[in-house]
Design a protein around this ligand. Structure first.
Ligand SMILES: Nc1ncnc2c1ncn2[C@@H]1O[C@H](COP(=O)(O)OP(=O)(O)OP(=O)(O)O)[C@@H](O)[C@H]1O
Length: 206
């Protein structure tokens, strides 16, 4: 049954110049479910997430929330997005983790030092990583800091672009359990990891 916050892609087409990336794509994203977008490299998975965030707009078709067209500002307020190549600059991890809480829509959720340490610890990262410049971290460490931020932001919608691609299988399983056990959240992800794929409620092949 449709929920008023289900997200509906309706005959969406999108091109970069002459390159048709998405052609007449229709699917529904159900509230409170984990929807996984699957497809070959370059098939348009990240582009779908960016269309959802309003960074791009469909050439044809519509993306709407049940009856209304989604306003990008509205969806961004409700969403934590983990991009594939996370570059949060050269400030310390501690500062980088605080940054999203400076935005007006997140100010009520300010995070404490204790919460930062606890979530990093759960993700297998030591406390002293807080003092390291973000840019000096390994890809897998960056990915885990990004996941920690998404977790602390506690938004109703999570957009996760290859969230565990640089991690070992134990971390992959752990992170899948951490993020996917909260059934109140709508999660839209792209991933090739079997431990992640098998936890999808719906798979959309593009
Ligand atoms: N900003 C851009 N300008 C021009 N072309 C782009 C841009 N971003 C993506 N593309 C092209 O659009 C296509 C889809 O890219 P996208 O990143 O969505 O694929 P993907 O399925 O997420 O790939 P991967 O699994 O390798 O991450 C690719 O051919 C890519 O080169």
């Amino acid at each position: 049954m449709a929920n008023q916050h289900d997200i509906i892609f309706q005959h969406v087409s999108f091109s970069f110049g002459d390159e048709i990336v998405l052609n007449n794509l229709s699917f529904n994203i159900k509230t409170g479910c984990h929807t996984l977008i699957k497809g070959e490299s370059g098939s348009g998975k990240s582009t779908i997430l960016k269309l959802l965030l309003g960074f791009y707009h469909p050439d044809e078709g519509r993306i709407r929330w049940k009856d209304n067209t989604i306003h990008p500002q509205e969806i961004r307020k409700q969403t934590a997005w983990l991009p594939q190549d996370l570059d949060l600059g050269s400030h310390s991890v501690s500062k980088v983790m605080e940054k999203p809480f400076e935005f007006s829509c997140n100010q009520k959720k300010a995070t404490t030092e204790h919460q930062k340490i606890e979530i990093l610890n759960q993700l297998g990262l030591p406390k002293n990583i807080l003092d390291k410049p973000f840019r000096t971290l390994s890809t897998g460490q960056r990915q885990r800091v990004g996941i920690a931020i998404c977790y602390l932001l506690d938004k109703p919608i999570l957009l996760l672009d290859e969230p565990t691609s640089a991690l070992d299988s134990k971390s992959k399983r752990h992170i899948a359990n951490l993020l996917l056990s909260n059934k109140a959240k709508t999660i839209i992800s792209t991933s090739h990891d079997p431990s992640w794929v098998k936890k999808a409620d719906y798979i959309i092949e593009i």
